[in-house]
Design a binder for this molecule. Structure first.
Ligand SMILES: [Zn+2]
Ligand SMILES: [Zn+2]
Length: 89
């Protein structure tokens, strides 16, 4: 059992797993925070229209879900961050 990085509560993996369900590729093992400290916004990713994960220190909803961000890093070798500069649609 790991404690939450931000509030030190022991992470309830079952609850967190349920909360992470809309996210592609991510499991509780990728997180060091509990479900209470995790914010998921569905349909927010500009690339795949999937759910995005809002990091604790980020005030606004990211444009990329973690999977698309990782894809971009793989493709371009650069980290786009959580936000795209230009939203094209
Ligand atoms: Zn927490
Ligand atoms: Zn995505």
């Amino acid at each position: 059992m790991k404690p939450c990085q931000s509030c030190q509560t022991v992470i309830d993996e079952y609850t967190l797993d349920k909360q992470l369900e809309p996210l592609r590729d991510l499991t509780v093992d990728d997180f060091n925070v509990c479900a209470d400290c995790t914010t998921i916004v569905v349909d927010a990713c500009v690339e795949c229209s999937g759910a995005v994960y809002v990091p604790r220190n980020v005030a606004v909803t990211p444009d990329y879900c973690p999977a698309c961000r990782a894809d971009r890093i793989d493709r371009t070798g650069t980290d786009p961050g959580w936000h795209c500069d230009t939203v094209s649609n």
